[in-house]
Design a protein around this ligand. Structure first.
Ligand SMILES: [Zn+2]
Length: 267
């Protein structure tokens, strides 16, 4: 009997441990397995202009003064908001078409709109980054101050390529608009007044139990690592400019001394 009790206690403890540890292991593994499948990001510097070109952004704006751009509402972007479409039939081109004909109703101005839609092999821009969108929280700061990016989920779309292209786009936008990584947020971040729950489970495949946890942190680390390459290029470029400036200063001094020498008849 004593022997039986002794063996039951460790088993119970083991079961308890597994109950608490396994969910967090599986969520961490999700990010880890995506990371493995995508491959590591190089640490070498990358020219931000090249990175921008590589994104191959197709500009297909909603007509000025119509639908989601019915009202001209300038914006200085301070955040980047990541969404996913939860539309399993429409690709980025279909979303561009829908936005251009005002097919998606909602928001404060009566039409939904956001800045970029990303799929595995393409990025389409719908709204200039200097104008606000209607994608996050009605008249809240998510819409008033953030660039909205939608990730496609249509059948056949390469989701890994979509996530990485989105991470690269976010990194490029961070660089060009001087936005810190802390301001790269999930749609979840912006509560929607009058909704229950107020915080949307979006982008849902990066949320765990409807909230940003390990998988979201992994995605953000991917954005940050892409951004580091651009920042490193910028830093090295600044160093080169400074070195060039110093060289020119010295050359100027040398020329001045040569002139002085010839004036004094020393050469
Ligand atoms: Zn969303």
């Amino acid at each position: 009997m004593k022997k039986y009790v002794v063996s039951i206690i460790p088993l119970g403890l083991l079961a308890l441990l597994l109950f608490f540890i396994l969910p967090s292991c599986s969520t961490t593994n999700q990010g880890q397995s995506w990371e493995k499948a995508m491959g590591q990001i190089p640490t070498s510097p990358l020219d931000p202009r090249r990175a921008h070109q590589d994104l191959n952004i197709q500009i297909d704006l909603i007509p000025e003064g119509r639908f989601g751009r019915r009202l001209f509402r300038p914006m200085k972007p301070q955040f980047i908001t990541i969404h996913s479409t939860q539309n399993y039939t429409g690709d980025a081109f279909a979303h561009a078409k829908a936005l251009k004909k005002g097919a998606l109703r909602g928001g404060v101005c009566g039409y939904l709109c956001w800045h970029f839609t990303v799929q595995g092999d393409a990025v389409i821009q719908h709204v200039p980054t200097s104008e606000r969108g209607e994608h996050a929280d009605f008249d809240g700061p998510g819409n008033r101050f953030s660039i909205g990016i939608e990730m496609c989920e249509h059948k056949g779309n390469d989701m890994l390529a979509t996530m990485d292209r989105t991470a690269k786009l976010a990194a490029s936008l961070m660089y060009h608009h001087d936005i810190p990584i802390t301001n790269v947020v999930a749609h979840y971040h912006w509560p929607r007044a009058g909704y229950n729950p107020a915080n949307k489970n979006c982008p849902h495949f990066l949320m765990e139990d409807g909230q940003p946890r390990e998988a979201w942190q992994w995605f953000k680390s991917r954005v940050e690592r892409h951004h580091s390459r651009l920042a490193l290029f910028h830093q090295q470029n600044q160093q080169k400019i400074e070195e060039q400036r110093q060289r020119e200063k010295i050359n100027k001094l040398v020329r001045w001394f040569e002139k002085l020498g010839s004036w004094l008849g020393l050469s």
